[in-house]
Design a protein around this ligand. Structure first.
Ligand code: FPP
Length: 226
């Protein structure tokens, strides 16, 4: 029986390089990258065996970028969520933000919350959008919650307090680098890792389909033997 990737996670890298290669500024790459977010999300929603798609949109380290780029990304995110609400609803996609959202502006925070609430009843794909997200930060916050509630610390209790409780089956990074960059550290313990040189704005459903076909051929042993 072939593996089905139920949870796919993607590190969307290469927006800046795509824009520079086109003689445009980095913002144009992020704008184009947001179109790829829509394409890939609707592709996954059309494949019911995929239950969760987690996208790394803004890391706890991305605040180190130039102020103007950070401001642009925040505006783009707000614009995207407002514009794409019908896409979420029409495709039965539940929007679930992960990360520490407390730092965002009241307006962005409100938009995030409203899309989350409006799509709460959707029963198809769950799109986890990682916003001000870091794997270490997520684990630390879960440990603090466990300490405060005096719960015993086990793999199950810690997992239950993470932003995302579901293990990753398939982790993809676009843009040519081979690193995890603090993404879903706990959940990727047994993920299959795929790296592609394709820059995120040029990543297509076809390429995702090819990666999924390769994934299906892998023998996954989870530390055991077959
Ligand atoms: C990495 O490319 C990308 C990001 C840090 C942000 C990801 C953002 C998007 C895909 C678009 C906005 C998302 C939504 C949901 C509206 P990079 O800038 O590091 O590229 P580079 O490595 O070529 O410089």
């Amino acid at each position: 029986m072939s593996n089905q990737p139920r949870h796919i996670a993607i590190i969307m890298d290469g927006n800046g390089r795509w824009a520079e290669a086109q003689g445009k500024n980095r913002s144009a790459g992020h704008e184009k990258g947001s179109e790829t977010v829509r394409t890939i999300t609707t592709y996954c929603a059309a494949h019911p065996e995929i239950t969760h798609l987690t996208l790394y949109a803004f890391s706890t380290e991305n605040w180190k970028r130039p102020k103007l780029e950070v401001e642009f990304l925040m505006k783009l995110l707000e614009k995207y969520l407002k514009k794409e609400l019908p896409t979420y609803l029409d495709n039965n996609i539940r929007f679930h933000p992960i990360g520490d959202l407390s730092v965002f502006s009241p307006s962005l925070h409100q938009t995030i919350e409203s899309v989350r609430e409006e799509t709460e009843g959707c029963t198809g794909l769950v799109q986890n959008l990682a916003l001000n997200y870091g794997g270490r930060d997520e684990i630390l916050r879960a440990v603090h919650t466990l300490q405060t509630s005096n719960e015993s610390i086990t793999i199950e209790s810690l997992t239950a307090h993470l932003d995302c409780e579901i293990d990753v089956d398939l982790l993809i990074r676009t843009g040519g680098d081979h690193r995890i960059s603090n993404f879903l550290l706990w959940q990727s313990a047994y993920a299959e890792l795929f790296f592609t040189d394709t820059l995120w704005p040029e990543f297509t459903s076809d390429e995702l389909g090819q990666i999924i076909s390769q994934f299906k051929k892998i023998e996954r042993r989870f530390g055991g033997v077959n």
